[in-house]
Ligand binder design. Structure first.
Ligand code: ADP
Length: 526
C-alpha cells in the first residue's frame, strides 16, 4: 500500500480506519487496482516517476462525512486532493498535483437540491453531472437551460470551480456561480454571500452578501472543499438562430474584431465564437499552416490566394438565443455593423423555434448541441480519442493580438518542428466575455520519450505566452508551479498573498497541496 510522504504507516492505517468509520469500509479504496482508476489517463508523465498518483481514495456521501474526513486528515496530517466528478481531462483528470494525496472523490454527493425556473438557478452537489442536471430539468419540464462544458460528463460544480467555459450566453461558468457551501480545513462549514444569513431567502440570487466577497478564493484553489453551489441558469429561449459573417482579407480582422467586441460588450452578440479562416483551411489542405510561419507565404500572397479562390480570409458563426423578434433584430444589427467592412458577406444558418423544432436539431452536431444546452460527449470524436495537455493562453480581444499570436506561435512551431495544421491552437475562441483564448492540445501518449518532448513544448509555449503578456487561465496539475511562476508581478506578490491565506486557513496544509502552485509551508520551495 502506498503511503503519503512524511506520514508513518501506522498513522496512515489509523487515518484509513477513521475514514472507513466515517464513510463505511466499502467507500475507502486502497488496493493498487482501485487507486489506479484515479490516475490521469492523459498524464504527460505516464509511467514515469514524476507521474502524480494518489495513495488511496475516500468517497463521502454527505457534508458531515466531508467534515469528519478533514478532521481526521488534520489529526494525522494526511494530504487530501478533492475533485467532484474528476473529468478534468487535459488538466489532470482525477489525479492530484502532489503524489501520495488521498483523493476525496465527491461523485456520490450527487443531489440536485433545487432547480428554480422562475428566477432561474440550480443548487447542486459536487457529483451532479451536466447530464444529471439536464435530465432532471427535462423530466420535471422546467423552463430553463443549462450551459454544459463540451464533454457533458463533468460537473457544473467542478467545472465552475476550475473556471471552465461553455457556449451559450451563460458560458462563463464561474461568473454564473452564486452562493457556495464550503467545508474549511478545520472541518467547519462556511456559507458564502447571502448564505451567511441563517434562512437566507436569496442565497442563490445575490452574489455579494455583505463585506468582503470571498467566493473567488475558493475557485482554482485549495482553501476549502465546496459541497454545494448555486448556479445561474438561462431561461429557456423561445428561439435560436445562427448566421455566418465572413470578410475577405487579412487586415479585415482588425475592424472585424473591433466590431465583434462592440457587439459583444453591447450584449447584442452573446455566446462563444470560434474565429475561423476558410482561406487558411484551404491553405492547410495544400500543405500550409494555420499559423504565420517564418518561411511561409507572405500576407500579400495569402490575400492574393483568397481573392483568386474567392475564399474569405476570416469567418465566424454567431449564435442568437431569445424571443424570435429579438434574435432576428440582433442578426440584423450584426449584419449592419459588419457590413461596414468592405466585401463582408453574410449567410443565414439554422433557425429553430422551441419546443416545436427540437426534433429538427442534428444530434450529431456536438458544438450545436452544446450551444443548445444539451450535454453530449461528441467532443471526444473530434479529438479522435487521443490524450492531450491543455494549454490555453488568454489574449486581448483585438485583431492585432491575433496577428501577434499567429507570428509568435508560428515562429515557435517552426523552431520546435511541430505540425502547424492545428486550427484550434492558431485561432481564438471567446469563451470569456472580454478576452480571447487559444486552445492548444499537446498530445500525450504512453511513450515517455514522446511525453518528454510534449512537456518541453508545453514549457516553451508557457514561456512565449508570458513574454508577450498572455497568461494561461488554467493548467494541468503537472505544470501548476510553472504557470504560477509567470504571475510574478512585484516579486510574486500574488503568490505570497495566496500563501499567507493558505497558512491562515489550512495551517497543516492538508487540502490539495500544490493546486494552482499554492503549497503549504512545509512543502514550499525555499
Ligand atoms: P469536472 O469533472 O467537472 O471536469 P473536476 O471534478 O475534475 O471537474 O474538478 C476540477 C478541479 O476543480 C479539481 O481538480 C479540483 O482542483 C477542483 N475541485 C473540484 N471539485 C472541488 C470541490 N468540491 N472543492 C474544491 N475543489 C474542487
Amino acid at each position: 500500500m502506498a503511503v503519503p510522504p512524511g506520514v508513518s504507516e501506522r498513522d496512515f492505517s489509523r487515518a484509513l480506519e477513521e475514514f472507513a468509520n466515517t464513510v463505511g469500509q466499502e467507500w475507502v479504496f486502497t488496493s493498487a487496482e482501485d487507486v489506479q482508476l484515479y490516475r490521469d489517463a492523459y498524464s504527460p508523465f505516464y509511467d514515469e516517476k514524476e507521474d502524480r498518483v494518489a495513495s488511496a481514495a475516500v468517497a463521502p456521501d454527505r457534508v458531515e462525512q466531508v467534515q469528519a474526513i478533514v478532521r481526521t486528515a488534520n489529526k494525522y496530517k494526511i494530504p487530501l486532493w478533492t475533485f467532484s466528478t474528476g473529468r478534468n481531462l487535459g488538466y489532470g483528470g482525477s489525479s492530484p498535483a502532489y503524489s501520495g494525496c488521498v483523493v476525496v472523490d465527491l461523485k456520490r454527493m450527487n443531489r440536485i437540491l433545487e432547480v428554480d425556473d422562475k428566477v432561474h438557478y440550480a443548487v447542486v452537489e459536487p457529483g451532479v453531472s451536466y447530464f444529471d442536471l439536464y435530465r432532471y430539468i427535462q423530466e420535471h419540464k422546467l423552463n430553463v437551460w443549462i450551459d454544459p462544458a463540451d464533454p457533458g460528463w463533468g460537473s457544473p460544480l467542478g467545472n465552475s470551480l476550475d473556471r471552465g467555459g461553455g457556449r451559450t450566453p451563460m458560458r462563463e461558468h464561474w461568473d454564473a456561480v452564486c452562493g457556495l457551501e464550503v467545508v474549511l480545513a478545520n472541518g467547519e462549514i462556511l456559507r458564502t454571500g447571502m448564505g451567511a444569513m441563517p434562512n437566507s431567502a436569496v442565497w442563490h440570487q445575490f452574489k455579494y452578501g455583505y463585506g468582503p466577497y470571498v467566493d473567488g478564493i475558493f475557485s482554482q484553489s485549495n482553501y476549502g472543499i465546496v459541497t454545494r453551489m448555486g448556479v445561474w441558469l438561462m431561461p429557456a429561449p423561445e428561439a435560436y438562430r445562427d448566421g455566418r459573417v465572413s470578410v475577405p482579407l487579412h487586415d479585415d480582422l482588425v475592424p472585424f474584431m473591433e466590431t465583434y467586441a462592440y457587439l459583444m460588450n453591447s450584449e447584442i452578440l452573446r455566446g462563444t465564437m470560434l474565429l475561423e479562416s476558410p482561406l487558411l483551411s484551404y491553405h492547410v489542405s495544400q500543405g500550409g499552416s494555420f499559423f504565420e510561419m517564418p518561411k511561409g507565404p507572405s500576407i500579400a500572397d495569402l490575400d492574393r490566394m483568397a481573392r483568386d479562390r474567392n475564399l474569405p480570409y476570416w469567418s465566424a458563426e454567431f449564435r442568437f438565443w431569445g424571443p424570435p423578434k429579438i434574435v432576428d433584430a440582433q442578426w440584423e444589427v450584426v449584419q449592419e455593423k459588419f457590413g461596414a467592412i468592405r466585401g463582408a458577406t453574410f449567410a443565414d444558418g439554422r433557425n429553430y423555434r422551441f419546443p416545436a423544432d427540437a426534433g429538427r436539431v442534428d444530434q450529431r452536431d456536438a458544438p450545436l448541441l452544446v450551444a443548445l444546452g444539451i450535454p453530449n460527449l461528441g467532443v471526444f470524436g473530434l479529438l479522435r480519442g487521443g490524450g492531450h495537455l491543455g494549454f490555453s493562453p488568454i489574449l486581448p480581444m483585438t485583431g492585432e493580438a491575433i496577428f501577434k499570436a499567429q507570428r509568435v506561435y508560428g515562429r515557435l512551431y517552426s523552431e520546435l518542428n511541430l505540425p502547424a495544421a492545428n486550427q484550434f491552437a492558431a485561432l481564438p475562441w471567446s469563451y470569456y466575455r472580454r478576452a480571447l483564448v487559444l486552445l492548444f492540445g499537446i498530445p500525450t501518449t504512453k511513450d515517455p520519450a514522446q511525453n518528454q518532448q510534449g512537456r518541453r513544448v508545453f514549457e516553451r509555449l508557457v514561456q512565449a505566452a508570458a513574454e508577450n503578456g498572455w497568461g494561461e487561465y488554467r493548467t494541468h496539475v503537472a505544470f501548476m508551479d510553472q504557470v504560477a511562476d509567470t504571475y510574478s508581478y512585484n516579486n510574486h506578490a500574488l503568490r505570497r498573498f495566496h500563501e499567507t491565506l493558505k497558512d491562515a486557513v489550512d495551517p497543516n496544509g492538508i487540502l490539495s497541496p500544490g493546486k494552482s502552485g499554492i503549497w503549504p509551508k512545509h512543502l514550499r520551495k525555499a
